[in-house]
Design a protein around this ligand. Structure first.
Ligand code: UFG
Length: 331
């Protein structure tokens, strides 16, 4: 199938593009490179450097590239920023998202896989979180993702759009080609590995007085390749209507201190940490039930342990550092 991946030069998008190419799909990455990286676009994928707000470029790309399905990952995704700049999140995550749906309708493209988030639930009412649990976002990031999910349902009923929304929990890890490199970096795993590599002095643990087994927050870390594999399955399943699936590993989840221990074991570095205040808006525990996608699409995580996930991110870091050193070496 010919698949357009919006945001395909970003962390998760580039891995989705990589897996799609590996599975024989024709891939067009559409990215404005505001946060993505040109060199993250995998070999074998075409690249269009354009903004989702550029209706002409979008329409032309859909038509000229004979796109049959869209994976929509281009979005703003920082919870804290969304609270101080909601306008940016509504404009990009809702406004540009709806412009994409209009362009798809005009071009006759009826399949969409949308990257959504556990943040649509806000503070969970029970664990593990299931798709039909109450949605009550506590920040504009989650609110705008939920608004778009809801639009998909109505566009499905009125215009015949087939969609799958995938609600991500905590994506982490890397493939041989693609990994995480945000600027600024806010995510735990790359920050911890920055310390191990000597790029930061220490990790601040955001609170150790949560009602969890060691007092630090519990998250459901999922390997980015497992996440990407679900998109490939979802594209094939798009005909079924407007579906929503959680993507996590489940089980007991992993605490911040357990991530630190895994990183110490993987890197052999002591990784100094100090406890700081809680980060506003952090729920104590977020763990997914992914039973629905397992039942419907046969998806299961292949890499369920935090140590293997961290190890893949560490190897990605080492490869990038080696490539940087080789470029700098004289001669
Ligand atoms: N943490 C620290 N120190 C740090 C960074 C993070 O203790 O320097 C903690 C956080 O408090 C949290 C855990 O590590 O308990 C994971 O934090 P991340 O920032 O890596 O991930 P989040 O769980 O905050 O974010 C994830 C996704 C977001 C999404 C959010 C929804 O990465 O895109 O879940 O809740 F919006």
């Amino acid at each position: 199938m010919r698949v357009l991946v919006t945001g395909g030069a970003g962390y998760i998008g580039s891995v989705v593009a990589e897996v799609l190419v590996a599975e024989g799909h024709g891939v067009v990455v559409y990215d404005n490179l505001a946060k993505g990286h040109r060199d993250a676009v995998p070999p074998g994928a075409e690249f269009v450097h354009a903004d989702l707000g550029d209706a002409t470029a979008l329409r032309q790309t859909l038509e000229r590239q004979r796109v049959e399905a869209v994976v929509h990952m281009a979005a703003d995704s920082l919870v804290g920023e969304s609270v101080t700049e909601p306008a940016k999140y509504y404009a990009n995550n809702v406004g540009n998202g709806l412009a994409l749906l209009d362009a798809m309708r005009a071009a006759g493209v009826a399949r969409l896989v949308f990257s959504s988030t556990v943040a649509v639930h806000g503070e969970p009412t029970k664990l593990p979180i299931e798709e039909d649990d109450p949605t009550a976002p506590v920040n504009p990031y989650g609110e705008t993702k939920l608004a778009f999910e809801r639009a998909l349902r109505w566009y499905g009923e009125a215009y015949g759009l087939h969609s799958v929304s995938l609600r991500y929990f905590n994506a982490a890890g890397a493939t041989e080609l693609c990994g995480e490199r945000h600027d600024p970096e806010t995510h735990l795993v790359p920050i911890v590995l920055d310390v191990a590599a000597g790029d930061r002095d220490e990790v601040t643990v955001f609170g150790d007085d949560y009602p969890t087994r060691d007092g630090t927050c519990i998250r459901d870390y999922i390997h980015v390749r497992d996440l990407a594999r679900a998109h490939v399955l979802a594209i094939a399943a798009c005909d079924a209507g407007a579906a929503v699936y959680n993507l996590g590993v489940g089980g007991e989840g992993t605490t911040v201190l357990e991530v630190l221990d895994a990183a110490r074991a993987v890197t052999g570095h002591p990784i100094p940490a100090r406890v700081g205040p809680r980060r506003p808006g952090d729920p104590a525990r977020l763990v997914a039930s992914s039973a629905r996608i397992e039942r419907a699409l046969g998806w299961r995580p292949e890499i369920p342990d935090i140590r293997t996930i961290v190890e893949s991110a560490w190897r990605f870091r080492a490869r990038r550092a080696a490539a940087r050193d080789a470029r700098r070496a004289p001669g």
